[in-house]
Design a protein around this ligand. Structure first.
Ligand code: TYD
Ligand code: MG
Length: 466
């Protein structure tokens, strides 16, 4: 018999190398390579080639997870035979969410198996009682041996199989311990084969490493159909589920949940949770409309500018890209004569959401100027727009949709890029179109009609721009 060929796989980035080295040639990290058997070619019988038109079967009926928000992120529900990986920090609510989903599917008279290697059956039952799901017909299997789990799932002809967590299961075919890269890969690959051949949908829980990736990350991500991440801001009861990969739907869709005494509840109007603002407008705060997860979302941005005490000035960004912030500070200094090189600068997207697009450029500049001058932005104002290196304000996609959402939430004025100004006026909201950064700052603070300036005048004796 031929010797199985050996590869070394990086536990951090998933890179392969044929020889052991101290440092991973792909990501440069040390002591991360693990010895694995390479998959044997031809181990499975090849499928015959078929014309595309014949290979296409009608899309199987999806099954609802019972959480409209989660269904949306999945692209319309759980696809039979699909494998979904849910990653997130410990304690964020992965087991809670999937227990709720499992109980919902089981309530629809379908067999569901919840394999828990993390907790005993009585611990799972305790959680189920707290969630009001104690009477659910779903079957809990406190088992870490993968082959046993798959055998039971096949016997029950399960429609849904939950694995809590993928790091605790181990396959009898591998020598290494649970959680090792070779085990993760083998178990996930076996689960994928099982799901495809039986039509059972599998939901896998995955732990994340300190830097936020699923342990043994790429290795798992490319094997499964869908990758979801659970995110939240420390201390907040709101949770966001983001799809970073989805073979059956759009990526970067977001689902919003709130953790309550009785489990996770979906949040249907997410703009409202990010907009719990102070009664009085405060300097350094502004509302922007981002388009995350396929819909417009109103988010409060905050900036704090403080005179630097010692050392190099600090630039700290929460939920926003710090490099982009540094660029915006340079633009502000060169093109709007607002210099912050002697100031510490902090910016924050409130509510724990991470904004990936560039529409926050313009509002952050306005918030920075507002904080520097202790001059509140009127609370009836929203702003969005990208800013270029030459101080120009550039349009962003879906301008009109963003303006409509802002109007719906009761905002009456918007400072937006000139190209985003709507052709027909939008009811309830006045649009101030700007082409340059300095113009935008002027507009946000002075060009508004007096009635809109609900903000009190700036306090006397505040130092002017440095
Ligand atoms: P859990 O689902 O166990 O997290 P994970 O599987 O991601 O590690 O959630 C644990 C946290 O959620 C725990 O701190 C308690 C809290 N929680 C509630 O607030 N309400 C509930 O109804 C439940 C079940 C848990
Ligand atoms: Mg758990």
């Amino acid at each position: 018999m031929a010797r199985p060929s050996i590869v070394f796989i990086c536990s951090a980035c998933g890179g392969h190398t044929p020889k052991w080295q101290g440092q991973c040639p792909s990501c440069g990290q040390w002591n991360v390579l693990e010895r694995c058997e390479a998959p044997r070619p031809g181990a499975r019988a090849p499928e015959p080639a078929a014309p595309l038109a014949l290979a296409a079967t009608p899309e199987p009926a999806r099954c609802s997870s019972g959480q409209g928000e989660l269904d949306r992120v999945l692209g319309g529900g759980i696809v039979p035979g699909s494998v979904t990986l849910l990653g997130g920090d410990p304690g964020i609510g992965k087991s809670t969410l999937l227990l709720q989903v499992a109980a919902h599917v089981a309530a629809g008279a379908r067999a569901v198996l919840y394999a828990s290697g993390e907790e005993s059956a009585s611990q799972v039952a305790l959680r189920a009682r707290r969630l009001g799901l104690a009477a659910s017909p779903l079957e809990v299997l406190p088992e870490t041996h993968l082959e046993t789990v798959l055998k039971r799932s096949a016997e029950r002809k399960a429609a849904l199989l939950v694995i809590d967590s993928i790091q605790t299961v181990r396959s009898g075919e591998m020598e290494s311990g649970a959680g090792a890269v070779s085990q993760l890969r083998e178990c996930t690959a076996q689960l994928v084969r099982f799901a495809k051949s039986t039509g059972t949908a599998a939901l896998l829980i995955g732990h994340v490493t300190k830097d936020g990736a699923i342990a043994g990350p790429r290795v798992l991500e490319h094997l499964v159909d869908t990758v979801l991440y659970f995110e939240n801001e420390a201390g907040s009861r709101f949770r966001i589920v983001r799809a970073t990969k989805n073979r059956f739907g759009a990526v970067n869709e977001l689902a919003f949940f709130a953790m309550s005494d009785t489990g996770l509840k979906e949040v249907r109007n997410p703009s409202a949770i990010f907009l719990a603002r102070a009664a009085q407008p405060a300097a350094g705060s502004i509302v922007t409309v981002v388009r995350e997860g396929g819909r417009p979302l109103l988010i409060e941005l905050q900036a704090l500018v403080d005179r630097m005490r010692f050392g190099a000035p600090r630039r700290i960004a929460q939920g926003l890209d710090a490099n982009r912030l540094a660029m915006l500070l340079a633009v502000l200094s060169r093109h709007a004569a607002v210099s912050l090189h002697e100031h510490d600068v902090f910016v924050n997207a409130v509510g724990g959401v991470r904004i990936e697009e560039t529409a926050w450029d313009l509002p952050v500049l306005i918030a920075l100027a507002s904080s520097l001058e202790t001059r509140p932005v009127p609370d009836s104002l929203v702003s969005f727009g990208e800013v270029g290196l030459t101080g120009e304000v550039r349009p962003v996609a879906y301008g009109e949709e963003r303006l409509k959402e802002a109007a719906k939430q009761g905002f009456r004025h918007a400072v937006v890029p000139r190209e985003n100004a709507p052709r027909k006026p939008i009811e309830g909201i006045g649009v101030i179109a700007v082409a340059r950064v300095d113009e935008a700052l002027g507009a946000a603070f002075s060009r508004l009609p007096a009635a809109a300036r609900s903000a009190p005048p700036p306090p006397q004796g505040v130092p002017a721009r440095s």
